[in-house]
Design a protein. Structure first.
Length: 194
């Protein structure tokens, strides 16, 4: 006898008929392709040449409303160095730098150059904990510098979107302040990198 569905066992948009007792599985949608003339060679995607030049496969990214994104023609390393300097100049601590390309290579997975910078400061943590300790999961803040189909992209979660979910006046104010801080750090870094 099949077990009844639980509250977490709902079908998702990509899996109309998941197995009973499962949450479904992600199935990427196929990309539409234009018909080719008989005998014509397939054209290289504009992403292919950039992927080849940067040393790895690339992804097509969405633009979620809860993220901010800025593109640049500067190199990834130049952007990362400029970001670290701008974070420090804003009197915030760089807590950690993650190199996803190196980590994934250990599992024989190749991606283009990428970095993640985690940053925050105790003065913001104190305010966050005083307002609502449950919001601790929203920090530290993070910048992701990625090789995408159009070049180097700098992405980050918008703190306004993250903190407004708590419906707390102090967190809403902190989210607005941190959002402005992120914008200023990015503007300074991209100006330095260009």
């Amino acid at each position: 006898m099949a077990s009844p569905r639980g509250p977490h066992d709902k079908p998702d948009a990509h899996s109309p008929n998941p197995a009973p007792g499962s949450c479904g599985s992600f199935r990427p949608r196929p990309r539409p392709t234009a018909p080719r003339r008989p005998g014509a060679r397939p054209r290289a995607s504009p992403r292919d040449s950039h992927a080849d030049a940067t040393g790895g496969p690339m992804t097509v990214s969405s633009e979620p409303i809860f993220q901010q994104v800025r593109g640049t023609s500067a190199s990834l390393e130049t952007v990362v160095d400029a970001l670290k300097a701008a974070i420090v100049a804003a009197d915030v601590w760089v807590l950690h730098e993650i190199n996803p390309q190196t980590l994934l290579r250990q599992a024989n997975i190749e991606i283009g150059p990428a970095r993640q910078l985690l940053f925050f400061h105790p003065r913001y943590m104190k305010r966050l904990l005083d307002a609502d300790p449950a919001a601790v999961l929203e920090v530290p803040l993070k910048f992701a510098v990625l090789t995408e189909d159009t070049g180097i992209a700098l992405r980050w979660f918008d703190p306004v979107r993250a903190f407004e979910r708590y419906r707390n006046r102090e967190l809403k104010a902190l989210g607005a302040e941190l959002s402005l801080l992120c914008d200023q750090i990015v503007a300074s870094a991209l100006e330095t990198a260009s």
